[in-house]
Design a protein around this ligand. Sequence first.
Ligand code: PRP
Ligand code: URA
Length: 208
Amino acid sequence: MTGVTVIDHPLVARHLSVLRDRATPAGEFRRRMSEAAMLIGFEALRDLRVERIDVETPLETTAGARLADDIVVIAILRAGLGMVDGFLGLMPEARVGHLGMYRDEQELSPVGYYESIPEHGPEAEIVLVDPMLATGGSAASGLRRLKERGAQRLRFVCLVAAPEGVRRLAEKHGDVTVYCAALDRELNEQGYILPGLGDAGDRLFGTR
Ligand code: PRP
Ligand code: URA
């Protein structure tokens, strides 16, 4: 399917299988999600721009590199929180923002309730994270809001994507690269991804 890059890696596949398993308890689910996010992030950020710098080793000066752009990771609450530590493990210098939204259970459309986005310039690399891309309503709404706030270099990183969500992002935000660990089959009538991993927020926080 065009419009999405599936990170095909044995270690990611192993984490994802544990995340899918209904018997995995919340603590293990959180740990696995964080590790999977780090591995997916490693691939999804492969083309970040770097600046050359001089580094003094104990013996001489050599060429080094540092990230050229301001990096801002934006988590869609709640479930995106499960991916933040993984990304900060890769880039401790990244700043973190939050977009609070939940899906209305009947309409399946996102309802926003909170927003905290660090100030950034147009060159900043903005990484929107949420483990689940189902109808795509939440991600599309988050991307729209980030663009309204001046973001120009955006990518969206999730764990599990449904074809419906990928299509929606391609239609509404064709300029945004989408990364996932798996492209699943379809949505059920309640808007859950099949086979999926269930309700990511509830499983992360042990809500139900
Ligand atoms: C989940 C998930 C996404 C959204 C995806 O959040 O974390 O944000 O659903 O569905 P969509 O692609 O159809 O918009 P949920 O609404 O369950 O909120 P929660 O994370 O706070 O539980
Ligand atoms: N949100 C989830 O947490 N899981 C799904 O399968 C769909 C939306």
